[in-house]
Design a protein around this ligand. Structure first.
Ligand code: XIL
Length: 410
């Protein structure tokens, strides 16, 4: 897809920008939102963006990833609100991707309002406020993309007050009973799902219902994660099945319910996830497994990675690669060529498994747009793991992901 084609979308984009930038957004769940506190969306290209535009104009041949893989899977990108701050950024995202994941804005830390929960005054009803996700939902909707709902139930980025009596934010406040927590969980899941489906019908195609519930070092049955996991602490092992049960109850029939995790190729984890998903599938509660895939330059080996995807594929559930990035701390040309080769190998493997029907891979999502915004940087030190540099130039890694001939494999 070339930039010229994209300009046809400017009309709907302008509408999106207008709506993102102004006033209140009415919801239908009785939770009126605050005005969207987005920074102004600028129509002027920034320095790096001009480079990118020139690159397009020069050769006009930058392949479009989502077109390239259209016969196999959609190609997604995880973005945050700041990634939409200029029209050019929005255009660039639309030019390559056809699926969006909110990097943070649909996590419980962002969707739950303590003030509103306390104000509402019902112990079983934590109040959801989707204000922070709004600009992303609207962008995806107006630009004709689909969205992965990430994520409903996770031990991380979820406030402790959700589990505390009176929604207290006192770190020593007693936790509620299992019975009450199950009601809170159901009300929370219902509000998020219904908000999205009522305001953006047809937008969300997959929900990460439960994220990262398995920890190989755990001695609990099936290695369920215990540490710092209030869901487990308050509800017990049953929280996983209950989350899927509630999600199934409120999601549209065509929306796929996913279990999502990292380091799935660790064998202990592979088998624990397999067993858990098998039990959920027997009850008709799960449709897919998401492999986050924050991978390294050498770990996992392609064959171990392939084994895991194939193993999950044998369950007859869909597979998505939900958070792909490849940690590369070296930005030299040689190191970046190695990164490109690694991207090429993993994409070749995904395509092969899908072509051979060894796994029904329906989406591959890259976890971040430009290197300078990668979450890996917050883990310490520089990192250059993504497909675009800070100036929006397509890196060698981009051409690797596109399986381009210019990236030679030995
Ligand atoms: C990360 C975000 O990218 C960061 O901005 C945030 O500070 C921490 O979470 N697994 C997941 C994602 O499921 O939601 C995480 O995203 C990365 C690991």
């Amino acid at each position: 897809m070339k930039l010229g084609k994209l300009t046809k979308r400017w009309l709907c984009l302008a509408l999106c920008v207008l709506l993102c930038g102004c006033g209140t957004v009415d919801t239908e769940n009785g939770t009126p939102n605050e005005p969207v506190d987005e920074e102004q969306v600028s129509s002027m290209p920034e320095e790096g963006e001009r480079n990118f535009l020139e690159q397009y104009e020069k050769d006009g041949t930058l392949p479009c990833l989502s077109d390239l893989y259209a016969d196999n899977f959609s190609i997604g990108i995880a973005i945050e609100r700041t990634d939409l701050s200029t029209q050019v950024k929005q255009e660039l995202i639309m030019s390559q991707f056809n699926s969006i994941t909110c990097g943070n804005e649909m996590k419980a830390d962002y969707t739950l309002s303590r003030d509103k929960s306390v104000q509402y005054g019902e112990e079983d009803y934590p109040v959801v406020d989707m204000t922070k996700a709004e600009p992303l939902l609207m962008f995806a909707s107006e630009s004709g993309m689909k969205l992965r709902g990430h994520t409903l139930v996770w031990f991380s980025q979820t406030p402790r007050w959700l589990f505390a009596e009176g929604f207290s934010d006192d770190l020593n406040a007693p936790l509620v009973s299992k019975e009450l927590m199950l009601k809170r969980m159901e009300n929370y899941i219902q509000q998020v799902i219904e908000y999205c489906n009522e305001n953006y019908p047809g937008l969300i195609y997959a929900w990460d219902v439960v994220n990262e519930a398995i920890e190989p070092s755990s001695t609990e049955e099936n290695h369920l994660r215990v540490d710092e996991n209030y869901w487990y602490e308050v509800i017990g092992a049953e929280y996983i099945e209950k989350a899927f049960e509630y999600a199934r109850k409120y999601a549209e029939p065509e929306q796929k319910l996913y279990y999502n995790d990292y380091n799935c190729y660790d064998k202990t984890k592979t088998f624990a996830i397999y067993d858990m998903a098998e039990a959920l599938k027997e009850k008709g509660l799960i449709d897919g497994i998401g492999l986050q895939s924050h991978i390294g330059m050498t770990y996992p080996s392609i064959s171990d990675y392939e084994y895991t995807i194939t193993k999950f594929g044998q369950l007859g559930v869909e597979i998505q690669i939900t958070e792909l990035d490849i940690s590369q701390e070296d930005n030299s040309e040689e190191a970046q060529m190695e990164l490109a080769q690694r991207y090429k190998r993993v994409f070749q493997m995904y395509k092969k498994l899908d072509d051979m029907q060894l796994a029904d891979i329906t989406n591959v999502t890259i976890w971040g747009f430009t290197d300078d915004r990668s979450w890996l940087r917050s883990k310490g030190g520089p990192n250059y793991p993504l497909l675009f540099d800070k100036d929006f130039n397509a890196k060698l890694a981009f051409f690797g992901a596109a399986m381009d001939d210019s990236i030679e494999l030995y």
